[in-house]
Design a protein around this ligand. Structure first.
Ligand code: MIC
Ligand code: SF4
Length: 640
């Protein structure tokens, strides 16, 4: 029986477990990606575990989120990361060099290798035939030390592409269509492997958009084959020698298949609130907007920048619109300059930002209260843009450009004519100026904003504590620990950042959790969806939260909770959620013994007297970590 490509990638890196869907597997990691919002934590944790040197063949530390450095606490983080990268063996990517995923794909992607990143959009490099997975900082720190990455073996779904995209329709519409069909839960426990006759027409940049935003489906990752398209991409970057073919066997089998006819797609848009609230653009055409942004790791490619330029050339941005482009990398920006795109964009009235995540993470360009913002980005969870009650629509770069001209949401097909198409430069700018190679030397500099990482405590025999917050479905990590400039600068400072926990959802949360001493969070479906930000697990733990009881959990967040000794419990009967209220005292009898056994826990609501059950089904490895109070606590225990 033939193997699919994902299976080949897994088999060639498997160091523990059996690749049977649902079982735990351990994978050897070839490459590491660190960001300035979570990678700094990975480095601190790497040091806290006493690991001497980064083992995988390639590690890169990117300054890409907090690029503006408008506060010295950002710069403290950056100095720490730069000096730690130098010392322990990671390439340092300077502020302004670009968004980690875009830059990594351009500079370091190697078909056939594995990549583990401290950011949820790490799967972008799956566009080059890599097995690229996003994880919490601590899992990344372990892999930096040479340890395997443990995860649940996903089921592998073939996405069978036929046809070709119509004019004005883009790769963004492919992933929005999948989100429309499957929702943000649809990819849980799965890897999507793209195949079929439609594949050849998708350029590397288009594959990047699709692989990147698979994160919004909740996928473990997405995989594209490495073929002539990949080769041409690497050749234009002067990296032809890094190309190698990677493809499934002709008779490969899959766990499931989804068919998608590219020719049938039309321009789509996600309505405010969630990336899966997808409708055809014509349904909301005419809606007035005040802001249009194109960029992020989903739409910051050359292809995006060039399609926008094609539409704007010789025209003028609407007077009421603030229009900002975020090129994904320094290389793209430099090439835009040498190929003349910058002049066209500036003449049209566009603002071109430094290559950074920027407003995608709520840093800068915060919309005015009560206005609508249209963004060729990947996430629009409530409040993420930096203002409570925001209304952010997600679309392709062509919908964004067309709307920037008219001032209202616009279907680009109504612009008339056909798009002139994107020309790929024969050779992109070399652009190695933003990288600093490590030499193993120098002192690691810790400024005043760098605080020691906290440590969890062993799971109690019996836990009795109040419900410090009760939440509904789809709570994202943006809800738990918001993005935005004022918060992100404290990612290396847990005492300070914990003050922002649930800030926009419930401003009283922190005081209540503190007063309670020990607390329990109650959530709904897909608790902790979205980013990989580990702070969404550490900060509640720091404030005394010892268990989260929910209907279901997102993959990375569940792993983060376990790594920090917070017990993730899934309600046996989701209806029990209705019977719990905030401030109810819950008693988890014999919690520790239950975790050591089958993971089934009986919970008493002391207010109502109701008994209900919840389960924490863990692997033996996870059990050991959880009971000890997390991975750092376990490491300390072993060292002692
Ligand atoms: C995001 O897009 O939400 C982020 C900011 O890149 C996060 C990382 C973080 O919060 O540190 C992610 O996607 O993992
Ligand atoms: Fe940066 Fe946005 Fe991508 Fe996160 S999703 S890595 S904030 S560009």
């Amino acid at each position: 029986m033939g193997r699919n490509l994902t299976r080949k990638l897994i088999d060639s890196h498997l160091v523990a477990g059996k690749p049977v869907a649902g079982e735990e597997i351990g994978l050897a990691i070839d490459q590491i990606l660190l960001t300035d919002t979570n990678g700094n934590m990975s480095l601190l944790q790497f040091e806290a575990m006493g690991l001497p040197r980064i083992v995988p063949r390639r590690a890169v530390a990117y300054i890409d989120h907090n690029v503006y450095q408008f506060d010295s606490r950002n710069t403290d983080d950056h100095r720490y990361m730069q000096t730690a990268a130098r010392r322990y063996g990671a390439v340092f990517s300077k502020p302004g060099n670009g968004i980690c995923h875009q830059v990594h794909m351009e500079t370091f992607s190697v078909p056939g290798q594995t990549l583990l990143g401290s950011d949820s959009h790490t799967p972008l490099c799956g566009a080059a035939g890599m097995l690229a997975i996003g994880a919490g900082s601590l899992d990344v720190a372990v892999a930096m030390g040479g340890g395997p990455y443990f995860t649940t073996m996903p089921s592998i779904v073939r996405i069978w592409l036929t046809g070709a995209l119509q004019p004005w329709v883009t790769a963004k519409d492919v992933i929005l269509e999948l989100l429309r069909r499957l929702t943000v839960r649809g990819g849980t426990g799965k890897i999507f492997e793209y195949a079929g006759p439609g594949l050849a027409s998708l350029l590397a940049a288009q594959r990047m958009t699709i692989a990147n935003m698979g994160a919004e489906l909740g996928l473990t990752t997405s995989v594209f084959p490495s073929d002539d398209v990949t080769r041409s991409f690497l050749t234009r970057l002067g990296r032809e020698q890094d190309w190698q073919p990677a493809s499934p066997d002709d008779d490969a089998t899959y766990d499931d298949q989804i068919e998608l006819d590219l020719s049938a797609l039309t321009p789509l848009i996600a309505l405010p609130g969630s990336p899966d609230r997808v409708v055809p653009v014509e349904e909301v055409a005419g809606t007035p907007i005040e802001q249009v942004m194109v960029g992020s790791c989903t739409n910051g490619s050359w292809h995006d920048m060039a399609s926008v330029t094609e539409i704007l050339r010789g025209r003028r941005i609407h007077p009421s619109i603030s229009f900002v482009l975020f090129p994904g990398s320094h290389r793209i920006l430099e090439t835009m300059s040498s190929e003349g795109l910058l002049t066209d964009l500036l003449r049209a009235g566009a603002t071109v930002s430094e290559p950074t995540c920027g407003s995608c993470a709520g840093i800068g360009h915060v919309p005015a209260a009560g206005t609508k913002s249209l963004r060729a980005f990947n996430r629009n969870f409530p409040g993420r843009s930096g203002v409570k009650g925001d209304e952010v629509y997600l679309c392709s770069s062509t919908v964004a450009a067309a709307s920037a001209l008219t001032g209202v949401i616009t279907d680009p097909r109504t612009l008339g004519g056909a798009p002139s198409g994107v020309t790929l430069p024969l050779r992109f700018a070399d652009s190695a100026v933003g990288f600093v190679e490590p030499d193993g030397l120098g002192e690691v500099v810790r400024g005043p904003n760098i605080k020691a990482v906290p440590i969890g405590e062993p799971v109690a025999e019996t836990l009795e504590a109040p419900v410090v917050i009760k939440l509904g479905d789809k709570v994202s990590t943006d809800d738990i620990s918001p993005a935005g400039a004022a918060v992100l600068m404290f990612r290396s400072n847990m005492p300070a950042i914990s003050e922002f926990t649930f800030k926009y959802v419930d401003p009283e949360f922190v005081a209540r959790a503190r007063a309670a001493g020990r607390g329990i969070i109650v959530g709904g479906e897909l608790y902790g969806q979205g980013s990989s930000r580990e702070v969404a697990a550490i900060a509640p733990m720091y404030l005394g939260v010892r268990a989260v009881i929910a209907k279901s959990f997102a993959r990375i967040h569940r792993a983060n909770l376990i790594n920090w000794g917070v017990v993730p419990l899934v309600l046996d009967d989701a209806a029990a959620h209705d019977g719990i209220e905030r401030d109810d005292r819950l008693r988890l009898e014999d919690l520790r013994a239950s975790l050591a056994g089958d993971g089934r826990v009986t919970i008493l609501n002391t207010r109502t007297g109701a008994l209900f059950r919840a389960s924490c089904v863990v692997t033996p490895r996870e059990r050991e970590i959880l009971i000890a109070g997390g991975l750092l606590a376990l490491t300390r225990e072993r060292q002692a």
